[in-house]
Design a protein around this ligand. Structure first.
Ligand SMILES: [Zn+2]
Length: 209
């Protein structure tokens, strides 16, 4: 058995590639015709204007498309606005699967790793959690400061500061962008908190019997 770390990933990759090729061959042998990808026949269409996404009217910035036909802003204005918005709405990073499809990356970004490294080297002193109303008020103030919309619940929720754990003091939008899996873990905890309470009550009832 290979003992080199990472070797397993390489094998898994080539295995899935192998099965992909095998499936394709089996399909062809059984006479199933799958449409082959041809660029000229299927030009990539802009989701906004519905026209082929040609380079003279369409520009990309961090995976987001600017469409000159439908935008009232210039590309530069749009890009500046986009930068501002990236503090208000999460930016998801792609994780490429061996079969070529993309899923949101759940792991930590380099920025998140740096935060964890610094905290490990210099653990923060114990702090008390703020009251939910205070956290919310601070979030609304942050939205206004960032030029966001205080009536947009996504903007406001994104600016809520996490009160506990490895990323305490960071905003929820920061955690979504830099540690999506961890954000999922928190949401799961919150969603299932009542269930846990129920089980605890059931357990303590059992124990008292
Ligand atoms: Zn367009």
């Amino acid at each position: 058995m290979p003992s080199v770390e990472g070797g397993a990933a390489v094998i898994a990759h080539s295995q899935s590639q192998f099965y992909y090729i095998k499936r394709k061959q089996d399909k062809e042998l059984s006479g199933v015709k799958s449409r082959k990808y041809t660029r000229s026949a299927n030009p990539i269409v802009c989701g906004t204007c519905g026209q082929p996404r040609d380079a003279s009217l369409h520009k990309q910035y961090f995976g987001n498309w600017y469409c000159k036909s439908t935008q009232t802003e210039t590309f530069e204005e749009w890009r500046e606005n986009f930068k501002k918005m990236s503090c208000l709405l999460p930016q998801f990073h792609d994780h490429l699967l061996p079969n070529g499809s993309k899923v949101p990356r759940l792991g930590y970004t380099e920025e998140a790793r740096e935060v964890l490294r610094l905290r490990k080297a210099n653990p923060p002193s114990k702090t008390t959690c703020l009251f939910p109303a205070v956290v919310r008020q601070k979030a609304i103030e942050a939205v206004t400061k960032l030029g966001g919309d205080r009536n947009n619940e996504l903007h406001v929720l994104g600016q809520h500061e996490i009160q506990f754990g490895a990323f305490s003091g960071k905003t929820f939008v920061w955690v979504l962008t830099n540690a999506l899996g961890y954000a999922g873990f928190i949401v799961d905890k919150v969603v299932n908190i009542d269930k846990e309470k129920e089980t605890e009550t059931a357990l303590s009832k059992k124990q008292s019997l």
